[in-house]
Design a protein around this ligand. Structure first.
Ligand SMILES: C[S@@+](CC[C@H](N)C(=O)[O-])C[C@H]1O[C@@H](n2cnc3c(N)ncnc32)[C@H](O)[C@@H]1O
Length: 525
């Protein structure tokens, strides 16, 4: 195969400043990159695919101080007025009637930026003089065409609301972390999909990003003044970006600026450990903070109970280390895990310790927190939905009730030696107005129930055992507590199981057995 020859002058950035070269690369990511050929000519090593066709080109429109005309009165027109005013425009509204004009009262009184001046009358061609942008909510085709002609005559770009065929420009769905702004367009084809993309982006772009981007803007002139070499400036921005993502939950400080300007290139990276609750299984139950932590982690140490759907949300480049029994084998003791998270953080890594459910509930978090603190490693915690909450939610039951369950107790069926713990407060388990949730009950449930009945728990108390709560393969069995061990034995082997005992489970249990009958709080109160 003959290599296609390209002129040396086609290489990006030839004859341009380094910044321009980078910009040119950004604009033309598919420009073939050459290597020096045997005859001193550039020979392309690879020809990546070129950009696919675009329905529209996304551009960002400077509107500060410029005139924008809005014709018509509708919620859509009001929202667009608010939006363009937020970008600093001086908006002139021709609402068409007094009633329509009143729709603008709120936004005109307090625009985020710019101004909004509302006239109750309809629009006239003269209104469009000097406008940069002309927006209208006009249903009548002939009037819409007249509006477009007048706007074009005045040199304005046009958007007719909900009539993409008549638009020079359309509005994207916006994620605002000003000065960072993301706009999403589906070319009018799937606005709901656009909204859902926005919701996802909102969840991964922390609000704190805004403060870091503003700092970048304000530090830029100082950087230009102090750092002359393009390569050094580039390294500064690499360090800045890394620091911003690592500390995105707080605003940048003068100390950050000093560290970055003071040759922080040589300074060691400061690692940290974040204990993150992965919830009971359904990835949609993760908190926004948990998703962000996963998206910014260098390394993730995860338990057996954390499923692939949750890991799917992590940054692609993050290293993933299984530290459950099946991942590391018998050698992965709690001591190993503590040692590993500390060592990684000390090496400058941003470590996520990802635990099923909530990290602070039967998660051995204390050992890990203590290990970090003893080593002087920054440690923080992001809570998660615990198995009890996930299970109760899928069953549609409340874990507490004003009259029937004034106390909620979480107990483990698995002591340090793997047996039923010997120090359970059995009087509390027998209390008829409590809800008891047993974690890790599988091996010891029969023993637990036998002892609880002997200590006074009513054998007809409703109970439910839930396996793999919130996951696609969830199973549950319910009945009187005396029958639960036999029922639970039928749950899929190997699945995590949580047991809920108490009157709150009555509706589930009633369907299966002769359990305590009593009225709901609302009926009793
Ligand atoms: C080591 S504990 C961890 C608990 C976890 N930190 C939490 O807050 O849910 C493991 C136990 O949690 C319970 N568990 C965790 N995920 C579960 C799920 N999806 N369905 C039912 N039980 C679950 C089971 O009792 C399992 O044996």
């Amino acid at each position: 195969m003959t290599a296609r020859r390209i002129s040396p002058l086609q290489g990006p950035g030839v004859g341009a400043s380094p910044e321009k070269a980078v910009q040119a690369e950004a604009l033309q990511p598919m420009t073939p990159r050459g290597v020096q050929g045997g005859e001193g000519e550039r020979v392309p090593v690879a020809t990546p695919a070129r950009i696919a066709p675009l329905p529209n080109l996304p551009l960002f429109h400077k509107l500060a101080g410029r005139k924008v005309v809005v014709a018509g009165g509708s919620q859509g027109a009001v929202w667009k007025s608010e939006l363009v005013a937020a970008a600093g425009a001086n908006v002139v509204v021709l609402a068409g009637s007094d009633i329509a004009a009143r729709l603008y009262d709120d936004v005109a009184a307090h625009p985020a930026s710019g101004t909004i001046t509302v006239h109750a009358r309809g629009w006239e061609p003269a209104d469009l003089a000097g406008a940069a942008l002309a927006l209208a909510d006009i249903a009548d085709e002939a009037e819409a065409l007249r509006f477009i002609a007048a706007a074009h005559e005045a040199g304005a770009l046009v958007n007719i609301i909900d009539r993409t065929e008549h638009c020079d420009v359309t509005f994207g769905t916006i994620v605002n972390r000003a000065p960072v702004v993301v706009a999403i367009s589906t070319e009018g084809g799937a606005p709901m999909l656009g909204q859902s993309i926005r919701a996802r982006m909102e969840s991964i772009l922390p609000l704190g990003l805004s403060a870091w981007a503003k700092a970048a803007q304000s530090w830029r002139p100082l950087l230009k003044e102090r750092v002359k070499s393009f390569q050094d400036r580039r390294r500064f921005w690499e360090r800045f970006t890394e620091r911003a993502w690592q500390n995105v939950d707080r605003a940048p400080t003068e100390a950050d600026r000093d560290a970055l300007f003071g040759g922080a290139a040589a300074a060691p990276r400061i690692g940290k450990v974040t204990l993150v609750g992965a919830g009971p299984g359904d990835p949609e139950l993760l908190t926004l903070k948990a998703v962000r932590a996963l998206q910014t982690a260098d390394v993730i140490l995860y338990d057996d109970l954390v499923g692939p759907d949750v890991l799917e949300l992590a940054r692609r480049e993050a290293r993933r280390v299984a530290v459950g029994k099946t991942g590391h084998g018998p050698s992965c003791s709690q001591r190993d895990i503590c040692r590993e998270i500390v060592a990684l953080a000390k090496a400058g890594e941003s470590v996520v310790r990802l635990k099923g459910g909530d990290p602070l509930i039967f998660g051995r978090a204390t050992e890990e927190i203590d290990a970090c603190r003893a080593a002087g490693v920054e440690v923080s915690i992001i809570p998660g939905i615990s198995a009890a909450q996930g299970a109760a939610a899928t069953l549609g039951i409340s874990l507490t009730e004003r009259l029937h369950a004034r106390r909620l107790q979480l107990v483990t069926g698995h002591g340090a030696d793997g047996k039923l713990p010997t120090d359970i407060e059995w009087a509390a388990i027998a209390d008829p107005v409590t809800t008891t949730v047993i974690y890790m009950p599988r091996k010891t449930l029969a023993q637990f129930v036998e002892r609880a009945l002997a200590e006074g728990l009513d054998p007809a108390t409703p109970a439910v055992a839930v396996a793999s709560a919130t996951r696609g393969d969830q199973e549950q069995v319910a009945g009187a507590v005396r029958d639960l061990p036999a029922l639970a034995a039928g749950l899929r082997q190997g699945a995590p199981v949580t047991v809920i005992i108490g009157k709150v489970a009555r509706e589930r249990a009633l369907a299966h057995a002769d359990v305590l009958a009593f009225s709901k709080v609302s009926e009793a109160a």
